[in-house]
Design a protein around this ligand. Structure first.
Ligand SMILES: Cc1cc2nc3c(=O)[nH]c(=O)nc-3n(C[C@H](O)[C@H](O)[C@H](O)COP(=O)(O)OP(=O)(O)OC[C@H]3O[C@@H](n4cnc5c(N)ncnc54)[C@H](O)[C@@H]3O)c2cc1C
Length: 413
């Protein structure tokens, strides 16, 4: 039997995991990416957090109060440059999505994808012998009593989802994290023992090698032209037309341009974030688990012999220009919790990336009204944590050729 030919556009973490799952199902896969290797854009230096216990849509019921309040704060987790009309429209869609019932629906969808991702990544690391930087356990630290109490009140939800947790007082957190700065005021933490931090780019590069062993063909330095509405399964790459049985768009923020002629409702916007990576000076002064500072929404984790601090949501502005206020927030949070972990001297890498974000906060993993055209995009702030789950769901749908736009009801009900 002839194998179905699939083109995947994009070799970020979503494209690579999708390629691998489709190859396992017997598709003949070619991946195109405009960069010279995989994981060069949003998947490059992200926080690495895979936390089904913490994952939430960006548009939570309280986010907009925070957005307004933080514009005047010295250290902010959300920054708003002069908003365009488009950004304002996007924010108003987000407000609708943050209404309680929709918020919980999207949160549940994200959590299901994250749980699937967590177990699939473990399976792949073990069965394929992938060597990747990783740490076990995630601590969410609360600086205020009010936020800690609020978080504790939603813990029964984690119990229902089968996510183990422990409530830690100050002493218990200090026992888990002996290097934590005791002078910094906090009220307690929630420890998620099963959740992890894993180097996303390292994993993507390793899985690309494994996908190649299954016959996947990666074509780098290959920019795909915007798809035509007449035949979206015809790709034009470097002025050459090519035809496929299926096309999967996994192109992060590049998806908007690729799909512009098809008029699909994809209200995606780039929400910029930053990471700072530095060599660890003394391992005993660095965190053991992943850390989330809940006030500033900043993560701190080891990645091998380096420490990575990630966070900040910035709307608008120039993707290439670093906002000093954002970088200051990362430095402040590291300084507050692990001041001796690095000397902040040479070799500090500051990275700015775009989260491909939909107002609802959960991704689109689905067929489209165009036969043979599929989408796996809009993973926002949790693309790594939902990557393998999304790839698995999409590969199953394509294998059965299910044509539906409601992946959640079909695949995860
Ligand atoms: C600061 C920061 C921290 C983050 N931390 C975390 C975290 O801790 N945990 C987590 O789960 N997520 C995190 N994220 C989010 C996560 O990084 C993203 O959701 C994820 O990387 C998106 O992956 P992607 O494959 O969809 O996009 P990308 O990685 O951007 O890949 C898309 C690819 O498509 C290619 N492409 C686009 N257009 C074309 C074209 N026309 N032709 C050919 N190729 C094309 C691009 O070159 C690119 O390689 C973070 C993001 C940021 C910015």
């Amino acid at each position: 039997m002839n194998k179905k030919r699939v083109a995947i556009i994009g070799a970020g973490i979503i494209g690579v995991t999708t390629a691998y799952e489709l190859a396992l199902k017997g598709f003949e896969v070619t991946v195109y990416d405009k960069n010279q290797t995989c994981s060069e854009e949003s998947s490059f230096a992200n926080g690495g957090v895979i936390s089904p216990g913490y994952i939430t849509p960006w548009a939570s019921p309280s986010i907009f109060k925070r957005l307004l309040k933080e514009q005047f704060a010295k250290h902010a987790s959300i920054l708003m440059n002069t908003p365009s009309l488009e950004t304002m429209r996007w924010l108003s869609q987000s407000i609708k999505a943050s209404k309680s019932e929709r918020y919980w629906r999207h949160r549940q969808a994200l959590q299901k994808l994250a749980l699937m991702t967590q177990s699939r990544i473990r399976e792949l690391i073990q069965s394929l012998g992938i060597e990747v930087e990783q740490t076990q356990g995630f601590n969410i630290i609360y600086r205020s009593e009010r936020h800690f109490e609020l978080a504790k009140s939603s813990l029964p939800y984690l119990t229902d989802q089968g996510v183990p947790f422990q409530i830690l007082d100050k002493l218990a957190l200090q026992q888990k994290e002996p290097a934590i700065e005791s002078e910094t005021a906090f009220v307690g933490a929630i420890h998620l023992p099963e959740d992890q931090v894993i180097n996303c780019r390292q994993f993507a590069l390793a899985l690309r090698d494994e996908a190649e062993k299954l016959g996947v063909n990666f074509e780098f330095k290959s920019t795909v032209e915007p798809l035509s509405a007449d035949n979206p399964r015809k790709l034009v790459v470097n002025a050459k037309p090519m035809f496929f049985d299926h096309v999967v768009v996994c192109s992060g923020m590049g998806s908007l341009k690729l799909l512009s002629a098809l008029h699909l409702p994809i209200p995606m916007t780039p929400v910029y974030g930053y990471s700072m990576t530095a060599i660890i000076k003394e391992p005993l002064d660095a965190p053991k688990c992943g850390i989330m500072d809940e006030k500033y929404k900043v993560t701190i984790a080891r990645q091998g012999n380096r420490i990575r601090v990630g966070g900040v949501m910035e709307f608008g502005g120039d993707p290439k220009v670093h906002n000093p206020k954002a970088v200051k927030t990362l430095y402040k949070v590291l300084e507050d919790w692990f001041p001796k972990a690095t000397d902040m001297g040479q070799h500090v890498q500051i990275w700015k990336g775009a989260r491909p974000m939909l107002p609802k906060g959960s991704p689109i993993v689905s067929a489209t009204p165009h036969p043979g055209l599929w989408l796996n995009l809009g993973h926002g702030s949790s693309g790594w944590a939902t990557s393998c789950g999304s790839a698995h769901v999409l590969a199953n749908m394509m294998n059965q050729d299910i044509s539906s736009t409601d992946w959640l009801e079909l695949s995860l009900a």
